[in-house]
Design a protein around this ligand. Structure first.
Ligand code: SF4
Length: 290
C-alpha cells in the first residue's frame, strides 16, 4: 500500500490564475480568443483551453493578423508587440502579471535615467524567455542578459551596472551574482541592484524542500519550458535524489514506485491542480497493483 500526497502549495500562482480565468471568461463571452505564445508552460493546460476555442499564435502570425482579440500572457511583452497590435487593430486582452508589469516599468525608468554609453542594464534571466524579451524591450534592446555567473565575463566592469532579475530566478544565484559583481566593479563606477524575484516562487522553496525530504519518491509535474519549474525541481532534487520530472501521469515509470511507501507530488506555478490529481490517481493505481 502506497501513500500519495499532493503538495498543497504547488500549482498556479496568482499571475497564472488571473491569465487563465481571463481567457476562460473571454472564451465564454466571445467564443474566439488568440493568445500570443502558450498561455502557460504546460501543454496539457494549453490543450484544455484550446478545446474551448483558444488559439495560440506566435509573433510572426500576429504581425499578419487583423481585427482579432489577442491575449498577452502573464510573462508580458515588449513595447513593439503593443505597437503591432495598434497598427493591426488587434484588441489586446492584457494578462501581464502585475509583478512583471512593475518590473518592466522599473527597468524602463532606469533605462530612461541612464547614459547608455557609461551604464549597462543587466538582466539575470534566461535568454529568449518571453518575460526576458519583454524586459529587454524596455531598454530598446540594449540590456545585457546573463544566465549565471559564467556570463559575467561579457560585462564591462569599467562601466556602471544596474542589475535586475527575471521574476522566476533563484534568490541564492542572484545573491552570488551580486557579490561577484561587487568584487569586480572598478573604482569610480557604480553598481545598483534590484532583487526583482517574485516571492510566489522563492517562498515555495523551504516548503518544497521539506515536502521532498519526507517522501521516498517525488514526482515533479511540469512542462519542460517552465523556468520556475526548473528552480523548484532543482530544490526537490537537492532534498531527495529520487525526484523525477514528468509532464503527466503517462510518464510515470512503474519501476520508480517499486517497494516504496510514500510518493510526493508537486509542481511549478504553471502546473494545474487537476494534472497533479491525475498523477496521484495513477500513482495510487500502480501502488495498489504491486
Ligand atoms: S511567478 Fe510571480 S511574477 Fe510570475 S506570473 Fe506568477 S505571480 Fe506573476
Amino acid at each position: 500500500m502506497i501513500t500519495v500526497e499532493i503538495d498543497k502549495d504547488s500549482g498556479f500562482c496568482f499571475g497564472v490564475v488571473n491569465a487563465i480565468s481571463r481567457a476562460e471568461k473571454e472564451l465564454a463571452e466571445n467564443k474566439e480568443l488568440y493568445c500570443l505564445g502558450d498561455i502557460v508552460h504546460n501543454s496539457r493546460e494549453v490543450n484544455r483551453l484550446e478545446t474551448k476555442g483558444l488559439r495560440t499564435v506566435d509573433h510572426e502570425q500576429m504581425a499578419v493578423m487583423y481585427n482579432k482579440r489577442l491575449m498577452l500572457r502573464a510573462h508580458g511583452e515588449p513595447p513593439k508587440t503593443y505597437q503591432t497590435a495598434y497598427r493591426n487593430k488587434i484588441i489586446i486582452i492584457d494578462a501581464t502579471c502585475p509583478v512583471v508589469l512593475k518590473l518592466q516599468r522599473k527597468i524602463r525608468k532606469s533605462f530612461l535615467e541612464i547614459d547608455t554609453e557609461n551604464t549597462q542594464i543587466v538582466i539575470f534571466g534566461k535568454t529568449g524567455h518571453a518575460e526576458v524579451n519583454g524586459l529587454v524591450g524596455q531598454t530598446d534592446g540594449k540590456a545585457v542578459v546573463i544566465e549565471g555567473k559564467q556570463d559575467l565575463k561579457i560585462l564591462d566592469f569599467n562601466k556602471n551596472i544596474r542589475l535586475f532579475s527575471q521574476t522566476t530566478m533563484s534568490v541564492n544565484d542572484f545573491k552570488e551574482i551580486v557579490s561577484e559583481i561587487q568584487s569586480k566593479i572598478t573604482e569610480n563606477t557604480t553598481f545598483k541592484y534590484h532583487d526583482t524575484i517574485c516571492r510566489q516562487v522563492a517562498n515555495r522553496i523551504p516548503n518544497i524542500r521539506l515536502f521532498a525530504k519526507r517522501h521516498d519518491v517525488v514526482l515533479f509535474v511540469a512542462g519542460g519550458k517552465s523556468s520556475n519549474g526548473k528552480v523548484l525541481l532543482d530544490e526537490c532534487r537537492k532534498a531527495n535524489s529520487n525526484t523525477y520530472l514528468i509532464e503527466g501521469a503517462d510518464n510515470i515509470d512503474i519501476n520508480w514506485l517499486q517497494g516504496i511507501k510514500t510518493v510526493g507530488i508537486c509542481g511549478a506555478t504553471s502546473t494545474p491542480k487537476w494534472l497533479m490529481e491525475e498523477v496521484a490517481e495513477k500513482a495510487v493505481l500502480i501502488g495498489n497493483n504491486q
